[in-house]
Ligand binder design. Structure first.
Ligand code: SF4
Ligand code: SF4
Length: 256
């Protein structure tokens, strides 16, 4: 899906694919955290799709590429862990290694989009994909109007900015009775705050990686990034990370 990231005119340089070994012997996410994540997802009303080309929103047009949109973004760290566990359980070795080795921060096409326009990680797709096309243009404007004076003006502006870009006229809501609560959650950023908090609890950066990350970025952790960015930080061989992470980070535009 194409989502504006708020940064314009940044040159993205592709990093060569890393050979990153799978880690099937361990789970990235504990069951309690997985359940809490699912509880957040369950609040988003499902949609059915009725456009003429499924998956068109999961790849970028030339114009979107030029305007710095990104697919499957933002991806919260807790969501990354959940997807990695799913990939390790459900993908064959070739496909698994391909997606786990992807380091491009802003691929033109989501790495999980199938040739027939489906989502190969549908049960664990991230929040940003679940909320796409749920609110109509009218619902977005109405939600913002209702929220003015009740939540911060910055939240309303941010909600409007994002949601106006993620309206799809070809979706149908499966559970319309859940829409009002969902709209309120969106404009109050309730889902995001829960995912941030879950991500802090589930942090999986070992000491050596955390040290490299802190020395390069000056940050304690990254909370929202992309599939490729997390792959580099959490899965690249440590020796590679020590040597090349500074360059990767300098070119990165989407870490948060
Ligand atoms: S969200 Fe819209 S564009 Fe994307 S697959 Fe569904 S109907 Fe098609
Ligand atoms: S994760 Fe699935 S729904 Fe989301 S952008 Fe990728 S293919 Fe589309």
């Amino acid at each position: 899906m194409g989502f504006f990231n708020g940064l314009v005119g940044t040159l993205i340089v592709r990093t060569p694919l890393l050979q990153i070994a799978p880690s099937r012997e361990r789970r990235w996410l504990s069951e309690p955290n997985r359940r809490r994540l699912q509880e957040v997802y369950d609040q988003v009303p499902a949609v059915s799709c009725h456009c003429d080309r499924l998956g068109q929103c999961c790849e970028l047009t030339k114009e979107e590429m030029e305007a710095d949109f990104a697919t499957m973004y933002p991806l919260y760290s807790i969501e990354y862990f959940n997807i990695v566990d799913y990939v390790e359980d459900h993908f064959d070795a070739e496909r698994r290694d391909a997606v786990l080795s992807l380091t491009d921060e802003r691929p033109e096409r989501c790495p999980f989009l199938t040739d027939t326009g489906g989502c190969s990680i549908y049960p664990v797709r991230p929040l940003v994909c679940r909320t796409y096309g749920v609110l109509s243009r009218e619902a977005v404007e109405e939600t913002a109007r209702d929220a003015r004076g009740k939540v911060s003006a910055q939240w309303v502006a941010s909600f409007l900015f994002t949601e106006r870009h993620t309206v799809c006229p070809h979706t149908r809501i499966q559970a319309p009775e859940a829409l009002a609560a969902h709209a309120k959650n969106m404009v109050r950023f309730n889902y995001e705050r829960e995912l941030l908090s879950l991500g802090r609890e589930a942090a999986r950066l070992d000491e050596a990686r955390a040290a490299v990350f802190a020395s390069v970025s000056g940050l304690k952790r990254v909370t929202r990034w992309t599939w490729g960015g997390y792959n580099v930080l959490l899965r690249a061989p440590l020796a590679w990370l020590k040597k090349h992470f500074a360059g990767y980070w300098r070119r990165s535009t989407l870490a948060d």
